[in-house]
Design a protein around this ligand. Sequence first.
Ligand SMILES: *[C@@H]1O[C@H](CO)[C@@H](O)[C@H](O)[C@H]1NC(C)=O
Ligand SMILES: [Cu+2]
Length: 236
Amino acid sequence: MSFTRLAFLSVLALRVSLAHYTFPDLIVNGTVTSDWQYVRETANHYTNDPVTDVTSDAIRCYELDSTSAGAAGIATVAAGSTVGFKPNIDLYHPGYLSAYMSPADPAANSDDAGLGSTWFKIWEANPQYSPETGMTFPTQNEDQFTFTIPAATPSGQYLLRGEQIALHVASSVGGAQFYLGCAQINVVNGGNGTPGPTVAFPGAYSATDPGILINIYALPAGYTGYQAPGPAVWSG
Ligand SMILES: *[C@@H]1O[C@H](CO)[C@@H](O)[C@H](O)[C@H]1NC(C)=O
Ligand SMILES: [Cu+2]
């Protein structure tokens, strides 16, 4: 084997081993904001390692420490506008994407925001399935994901939680990898909707949910499609 080819393969191996990520950048008003400007800095800001225990507090916002909330700003966002998250590298893993919101009390940058059954899902991007093609992942390798804050969302401060559940090694309990972050936002020009159903983090997921414990390379006979974990999407 030539040295060049060996070097190439080493780089490839390195890239695979580093294929974890964070979601440090909130996208708002068509602009990618700075790292951790509005997203609470996460404990994996250096390692990029995922959360793998759905019962841990880290599944909520994965904060670095008690300074994460106060250190990040609060972005003003109009209801009905497009927001999103940009990971630090492309979404290398196949998975399921979603976004949740929680009305923040007393403020989006308070440590207590996001506790209790306060989270509602506003968006998701499911793996696709057909018997002919098997399971496919339209969002894999994207460099960002964006979605709309429902126009009916009441004005006020919220945590906005973006998440990918990566499914490449999800065939055993604890194998699915949760990449996530929480942005602090202030929704303006809101509506009169009643967001729901609501869930708590931890609590929303079980390690054995069919959308979390799944062998995407060997789907069971008679498989009919991806079953997303968590509540139904509230579209306002
Ligand atoms: C986004 O645009 C709105 C006006 O529609 C403005 O009030 C808000 O400050 C902007 N947010 C950011 C983070 O730039
Ligand atoms: Cu990874």
